[in-house]
Design a protein around this ligand. Structure first.
Ligand code: 7TS
Length: 423
């Protein structure tokens, strides 16, 4: 195969991404100065996890250096300080997603735990044989497997909204799936493997016509765009700290207060009880009822710093910048001979999955890595998406607001390097 020279140059493409000084923003992320295999790191694996600004790293370090104590249980100074910092973050999260009250914010270890918490605490109480749970073909495994486990336990059935060749869910098919047996709709806000932005508001409105609550998996949405849970009117919303520039091991379950109130605790233990005797235990009020044991205190406080950081830049700028970068990246990648973008939804976030002829994505990823370029290859924990497109795997570049046009160019140069090797 003859390898063509790069056809598309950066200058050819109009791309309005000068909404902020990206070099100044990059200064906030120490890891971006790192060199990998002797090359400057080009980090394009943000959908897996994002990098952390210095302010988040410093907040965690300050906590362990001068504030560390267990929360909700000490009269001493440090315990009170740690409790205050932990609970301040709950208020920050509430304001961040515009929840109605702090009681609606449950700290978890991440999106996965948040979804499992709903499956156990809500689903096991409320689902019966013959009930139906609707998910979509776009879901991450963490929004499939917990429901399958629940179906095995309760006799409920999983129904799946199909997607079209662009990676958009087929709304008419969704409407056909909804009926009186629908007891929950659990759907991803933004697909991690294709970047599709789902019309969640419409999905929620339709589900509510059948009184079915809706859980939104927002793991990939919160890092990129403003989420307002009251405006969406979703019943549950789940996301992870580590994908939104915060630490690993912390996440959020938002739930409407009446639904959380009705939920059974998932984990039993310290901090979630009012009284314990061997005959009977009574539970704490929300949110403690659903937060047993010592939580990830440093992680929660670090998440608060990540929220401050996002607020400082502002979602308007983040979304506008990323849209420009996505536009640019899609155009230059489309210019690469033999490269096919998988996922061309009408509304897309800055995630690009692609395949190149029969070159295995793992080979692409390994060769790019030698150039310091980090992408993800594989099924991205969305095997049903791969099956839908009849592919075993894709290569995926996923962007954050600290990525640049120059990094997109380096990715394209790296891909031409792959093509030359395989010619
Ligand atoms: N939902 C979506 C849409 C995701 O993208 C992920 C992680 C999860 C749930 C699970 O999040 P966790 O923080 O609980 O692990 N997605 C990816 C990814 O795309 N590459 O690595 C992890």
């Amino acid at each position: 195969m003859e390898v063509a020279e790069r056809k598309t140059l950066a200058e050819d493409i109009f791309c309005p991404i000068d909404v902020f000084d990206v070099e100044e923003i990059r200064e906030d992320f120490p890891i971006l100065r790192k060199r990998v295999h002797g090359k400057r790191l080009v980090y394009l694996d943000n959908a897996a996890t994002s990098q952390k600004p210095q302010s988040v790293i410093d907040t965690i370090s300050t906590y362990y250096t001068g504030e560390n104590a267990n929360i909700h249980r000490g009269v001493h100074y440090l315990s009170q300080l740690a409790t205050q910092r932990y609970e301040e973050t709950r208020t920050k999260v509430k304001d961040f997603i515009n929840a109605g009250s702090e009681k609606e914010i449950i700290f978890t270890s991440g999106t996965t735990e948040a979804i499992n918490l709903v499956a156990h605490g809500y689903g096991r109480l409320n689902f019966r044989e013959g009930d139906e749970i609707i998910v979509s073909n776009l879901e991450h495994h963490s929004n499939i497997v917990p429901w399958q486990l629940l179906c095995e336990q309760t006799g409920a059935k999983l129904r799946v909204i199909p997607i079209d060749d662009n990676g958009d869910i087929i709304l008419d098919e969704y409407k056909k799936l909804l009926n009186e047996k629908t007891k929950l709709v659990a759907i991803v806000h933004i697909s991690n493997s294709l970047g599709t932005i789902n019309p969640v508001k419409e999905i929620i409105t339709l589900a509510h016509e059948y009184s079915a609550p809706v859980l939104i998996d927002g793991a990939q949405a919160v890092p990129h765009s403003k989420v307002d849970v009251q405006e969406l009117d979703c019943d549950f919303y789940c996301f992870s700290g580590h994908k939104m520039f915060g630490p690993t091991g912390v996440g959020i379950l938002y739930g409407k207060e009446d639904l959380l109130e009705d939920m059974a605790p998932f984990l039993g233990g310290g901090d979630m009880i009012k009284t314990v005797t061997f005959e009977k235990t009574t539970y704490s009020d929300l949110p403690s009822k659903l937060e047993a044991g010592t939580p990830n205190i440093a992680g929660v406080i670090g998440l608060g710093a990540a929220i401050d950081y996002i607020n400082k830049i502002g979602y308007n700028k983040i979304s506008a910048y990323e849209e420009g970068l996505l536009n640019y990246a899609q155009k230059v990648l489309q210019g690469v001979d033999g490269l096919r973008i998988i996922g061309t939804a009408h509304h897309k976030a800055a995630v690009i999955s692609f395949v190149i002829g029969d070159i295995h994505p793992h080979d692409i990823g390994t060769i790019l890595d030698q150039n310091g370029i980090a992408i993800r290859t594989g099924h991205h924990c969305t095997q049903p998406v791969m099956e839908r497109f009849n592919l075993p795997a894709t290569s995926r570049a996923s962007f954050a607001f600290y990525n640049t046009k120059e990094e997109v160019d380096q990715l394209v140069d790296g891909i031409y390097g792959v093509l030359r090797l395989f010619k």
